[in-house]
Design a binder for this molecule. Structure first.
Ligand code: NAD
Ligand code: MG
Length: 394
């Protein structure tokens, strides 16, 4: 494998730090060109000292002077602010951009990377949820690869190797079901932030952990899969699989099913996205069948976990709906983490926002930027109203 030079957007987060762990293990094959962080200056500085990138970005401008001063004896260009993300991804010596930012903020730098001809290892699923068609068209136009990092999508991607002429009949996205699997609405309306932040199988950033508990994560992944693999929504099924060993499945036209399996460890899909089409050796823990005599599968409860139903409805209608869904969800999750609304009210805020913002069939990039903003304003107003009710009830 030829050495790859990597830009990591969001290097201080869960995916970012695990990507650096993979790079550390394969130092002869990967080199870090760019690291970026939102506001965790201390960790960004430590990472820059260890991996000697050519450039770093701290988007929180209040931390810029600290980062600059701490790295001044090294030959590292230091930038501050959100716009710098779209600049650094274009650097000449970047081969692949791994997007590990959370949320809509990933959209512009991802587009900028694609336009500069860089392959994208995509963890930031929100970008495809918001503007999947636009991103996939752009990637085709600039002949760049979009390599999935999300474990389910990596599983499907791995199952499709060698199958390029064979149409997909259907895919099954597996879901752990999260910490509240089997619970009813009455139970969900009592749960606390602390309970929701405890995922049974994965340790992840806060936003995706809440999304996993509410099944919105699976909804976002349905939309992500539609665009990545060019599917109709009807070809995508979600199946709850609490052990998180089968990472997803593809069904072909002859009825054959292929699955990708293994213990849950994000380093594997991260490494595969970076080494594709090759596989690299790893010391990740191996699966032992005897430890798992029962792998089980069940239907998701979309009545209780309304977010999954809302996501399916949004992508079925298409247009700007997934963008509104995403904006409202980002606001709702932040409000839940801020103790402003309860767990079940997140779905109420998202559902009402989807009803309030006018439908657009074929949005442009400018439309998406405006819709995201409008969605946020609307959802925040709803949060303020709900917050009153929530606090009276408390
Ligand atoms: P995280 O919260 O742990 O890390 C986010 C990173 O982005 C941090 O480096 C943070 O500094 C940076 N960041 C946050 N807000 C920013 C902003 N406004 N501008 C610039 N940088 C910002 O998140 P994570 O769990 O690593 O998730 C990252 C992405 O990967 C998400 O889209 C998530 O859905 C996806 N993903 C994560 C996992 C996982 O196991 N963590 C699995 C699959 C997919
Ligand atoms: Mg996933």
């Amino acid at each position: 494998m030829i050495k790859k030079r990597i830009a990591i957007l969001g290097s201080t987060g869960s995916i970012g730090t695990q990507t650096l762990a993979v790079v550390r293990e394969h130092a002869a094959l990967f080199e870090i060109e760019v690291l970026t962080a939102g506001s965790n200056a201390e960790l960004l500085i430590a990472q820059a000292k260890e991996f000697s990138p050519k450039a770093v970005v701290i988007t929180d401008e209040r931390k810029y002077e600290l980062v600059k001063a701490s790295l001044k004896s090294l030959e590292i260009a230091v930038y501050g602010g959100q716009e710098a993300l779209s600049e650094v991804v274009q650097r000449e010596h970047v081969d692949v951009v791994l997007t590990a930012l959370v949320g809509f903020v990933g959209l512009k730098p991802t587009m900028s990377a694609i336009k500069a001809g860089k392959d994208v290892a995509l963890a930031n699923k929100e970008t495809l949820v918001v503007a999947g068609e636009l991103i996939m068209d752009l990637a085709k136009k600039h002949d760049v690869k979009i390599l999935p990092v999300d474990s389910e999508h990596s599983a499907i991607f791995q199952c499709l190797v060698g199958e390029s002429n064979n149409p997909i009949e259907k895919i099954y996205l597996t879901a752990s079901g999260g910490p509240f699997r089997g619970k009813d609405i009455a139970y969900l309306s009592t749960i606390t932030k602390k309970e929701a932040l405890k995922h049974p199988n994965w340790i992840m950033g806060q936003k995706i952990t809440i999304d996993s508990a509410s099944l919105m994560n699976k909804g976002l992944e349905v939309i992500e899969a539609k665009w990545l693999f060019n599917l109709q929504v009807e070809q995508i099924d979600v199946v709850v699989h609490p052990q998180s060993i089968v990472h997803s499945l593809v069904q072909f036209e002859d009825g054959s099913l292929k699955a990708q399996m293994g213990l849950p460890d994000m380093k594997l899909p991260i490494q595969y996205a970076l080494s594709y089409p090759e596989r690299l050796p790893s010391n990740f823990e191996r699966f032992d069948f005897l430890q798992y005599p029962n792998l089980s599968f069940e239907r998701p409860d979309m009545d209780t976990f309304a977010n999954l139903a809302l996501a399916f409805a949004s992508i079925k209608k298409g247009g700007n709906m997934p963008c509104i869904l995403n904006a409202a969800n980002e606001v709702a999750v932040a409000a839940f983490l801020n103790d402003q609304i309860g767990f079940v009210e997140m779905s109420v805020v998202i559902g009402e926002t989807l009803e309030k913002i006018p439908f657009i069939d074929s949005p442009t990039l400018d439309d998406y930027l405006a819709i995201d903003e409008a969605g946020r304003v609307c959802a925040k107003e709803l949060v303020t109203k709900k917050k009153k009710i929530y606090q009276i009830e408390k």
